[in-house]
Design a protein around this ligand. Structure first.
Ligand code: KIV
Ligand code: ZN
Length: 516
């Protein structure tokens, strides 16, 4: 490999998904993985297969379907983890097992109660077992930046000797700073005798807001791979943001003298997809992908921009795929045109999903003159279209006013039967949710509700996100409509249907176990 090339390892679907509140279903993960392939990342970390059935299934489907990037799966240095990761990766064109064990004194004493030698043996055994399945093996000494150097160098050397081809150096708790982290990477190169047989990777968390700076310092000091997430999402304060690292390397190419193979024009689509499907909005002033990243407010700036954009823009909006928002389709657009535009935006839909979205699109196009990309993205995924047992909204009627008791009548369709209920509530949305609760008769707890206008104007689509808790699990629901009460009902139903799907699966597997 060209020594100036930096491999982009995307961990949005693994570390990113550990972000509080960001739980993705299998279809959403697969959609994001396809989009990451369009972005042209080098490696997709698809999940942590041993951790749940959903993680295993998502990794397996991604390994089977997504071609181009290496597909990686995470595993502790534990036999069961490694075997599960290997099984999930069986169908991958280019599989990689990423195995890790904590190495810092704090973790060894407080988490494991193991000695350095015991952990060293775990690392050797883990890498060797992973190597018995595939050639491409990554090893991470977790909490590297707080690990004693002598032990860190020893375990890296042993992991390479056992077959690791990539050594990842995580700043697991975001404790390091750029000078220190860059020096650590340099020292690894200068000290570990067999380091020329592996690529060094950097994996930085953002607890002190330094994840991108630390990653770039690692790259300046020779790291050949960077582990990143879209929108910088991830455990606690998140991981280093892919778009920020990539655009830094590109915009300051003369300074870094490194190349990446990313199709930067897919950055905005990917960012929006991840934000929408995870239900985590991007802050407006976020670098590269925030709504204000290319907005110029002051008169002096606007005047200069008209004369020459380079006065106040160091990269063009076009480079990151931010062309002016397009009116894509109207009332007379056909199913084919809708499908094509959604595919361009990164969505791959089943025929049932497409049919549902098309019906919704026609309703929206009737109410709104202009349908934007953002409107389409808000519509995708609020329908549970592939779920035959989903409750669907047939009809709602709301009575509300400053002197009236808010009352909702809801008719849902369930397995081709209409079910009607009514309820009063503190407001029209509360009344509607209570009427739905009466129909489904499952004790759900609403833990979060938010509403945003998707595009500008009085006829903008409102997108509602809700989170509901059922039996300790949390479910995200999204709903979109030009009517905010309808959007709220759709979001609630979306979450309800997801939670019932899991509940049905669990009771099916319990009854199978009981029969055995
Ligand atoms: O932050 C971390 O240390 C990790 C490892 C599993 C690589 O995510
Ligand atoms: Zn991490």
């Amino acid at each position: 490999m060209d020594k100036n090339r930096v491999l982009v390892f995307d961990t949005t679907l693994r570390d990113g998904e550990q972000c509080p509140g960001a739980s993705l279903g299998v279809p959403e993960k697969v959609a994001i993985a396809h989009q990451l392939a369009r972005l042209n990342v080098d490696i997709i970390e698809a999940g942590f297969p041993v951790s749940s059935e959903a993680q295993f299934n998502a990794t397996k489907i991604i390994a089977n379907e997504v071609k181009g990037p290496v597909i990686a799966a995470l595993a502790r240095c534990v036999d069961l983890d490694i075997d599960k990761a290997a099984e999930a990766l069986k169908g991958a064109e280019k599989p990689r097992i990423h195995t890790f064990v904590a190495t810092s004194k704090i973790h060894l004493e407080k988490k494991f109660r193991k000695s350095e030698d015991e952990v060293l043996q775990m690392a050797i055994a883990g890498v060797k077992r992973a190597k018995s399945y595939f050639d491409d093996i990554e090893f991470s000494p977790e909490d590297s930046s707080r690990t004693g150097k002598e032990f860190l160098f020893r375990i890296i050397e042993a992991a390479i000797k056992s077959g690791a081809t990539t050594i990842n150096v995580p700043d697991t708790v975001g404790y390091s700073n750029p000078d220190e982290f860059g020096a650590l990477i340099r020292e690894i190169f200068n000290t570990v005798p067999n380091i020329d047989k592996a690529i060094i990777s950097v994996h930085c968390h953002n607890d002190l807001g330094l994840a991108v700076a630390n990653t770039l310092a690692g790259i300046r000091n020779g790291a050949g791979q960077a582990e990143l997430t879209i929108n910088g999402i991830g455990e606690r304060a998140g991981n280093a943001s892919l778009e920020e690292v990539v655009m830094s390397l590109k915009t300051r190419a003369g300074y870094y003298n490194k190349t990446v193979n990313i199709n930067t024009r897919e950055i905005i689509n990917t960012s929006r997809m991840v934000s929408t499907l995870m239900g985590i909005p991007v802050q407006p002033n976020k670098a590269i992908v925030g709504a204000n990243a290319f907005a110029h407010e002051s008169g002096i700036h606007q005047d200069a921009m008209i004369k020459d954009a380079s006065t106040y823009e160091i990269m063009t909006p076009k480079e990151v795929g931010l062309d002016a928002s397009k009116i894509v389709l109207g009332r007379h657009s056909g199913r084919h045109g809708l499908k094509q535009r959604l595919t361009e935006l990164g969505y791959q839909l089943s025929q049932d999903e497409l049919n549902h979205i098309y019906d919704r699109f026609l309703e929206i196009a009737d109410k709104k003159k202009e349908v934007f990309d953002e409107d389409l993205m808000a519509l995708v995924g609020d329908e549970n279209a592939d779920d035959k047992d989903a409750y669907r909204l047939e009809y709602f009627h709301i009575l509300s006013g400053n002197k009236a008791i808010p009352t909702a009548t809801i008719v849902l369709n369930y397995q081709d039967k209409s079910i009607q209920e009514a309820s009063v509530g503190d407001g029209p949305i509360d009344a509607a949710f209570k009427a739905i609760d009466r129909i489904i008769q499952v004790p759900l707890k609403l833990t979060e509700y938010s509403l945003r206008g998707v595009t500008g104007g009085k006829d903008a689509i409102g997108e509602v996100l809700v989170r509901v808790a059922n039996n300790g699990n949390k479910f995200l629901g999204r709903g979109a409509s030009t009517d905010i009460i309808e959007a709220s009902i759709r979001a609630y139903l979306n979450a309800v249907n997801k939670s019932l799907q899991i509940q049905n699966k669990e009771s099916q597997s319990n009854s199978t176990k009981a029969e055995l």
